[in-house]
Design a protein around this ligand. Structure first.
Ligand code: SF4
Ligand code: SF4
Length: 101
């Protein structure tokens, strides 16, 4: 069963005018074997996530290009994140350098 709500992605949304808002959110790891260990932090509950810098962006983000430096090995949760869907719009609305739509 797919527990994700059915939404229709907004076709007008593009990553080209977004400062990688989704990469400024916690990206938890679920049995992700390809992520390099030095990019991973584990909290007191044992939950592993991508480490983030003080400004919130993921340590694996290239700050010059705002592209993922481990794209081929990025976590499952990053692979599942869909452009134009609800979570994308919410991340953009949190105003991480993206204009409102
Ligand atoms: S939040 Fe959405 S528009 Fe922005 S980079 Fe991520 S997928 Fe692209
Ligand atoms: S692993 Fe890559 S896609 Fe995932 S949050 Fe970090 S920079 Fe973004």
């Amino acid at each position: 069963m797919n527990s994700k709500p059915e939404t229709t992605p907004d076709p007008e949304v593009t990553c080209s005018d977004c400062a990688a808002a989704c990469c400024r959110q916690q990206a938890m790891l679920f049995d992700d074997r390809g992520v390099p260990d030095h990019f991973v932090v584990t909290d007191s509950r044992g939950v592993a996530s991508m480490a983030r810098l003080a400004d919130g962006w993921c340590v694996a983000l290239d700050r010059a290009t705002m592209a993922c430096t481990i794209y081929e090995k990025r976590p499952w949760i990053c692979r599942e994140f869909e452009l134009g869907e609800e979570e994308c719009l919410a991340a953009r609305a949190a105003n991480y350098g993206c204009p409102d739509r």
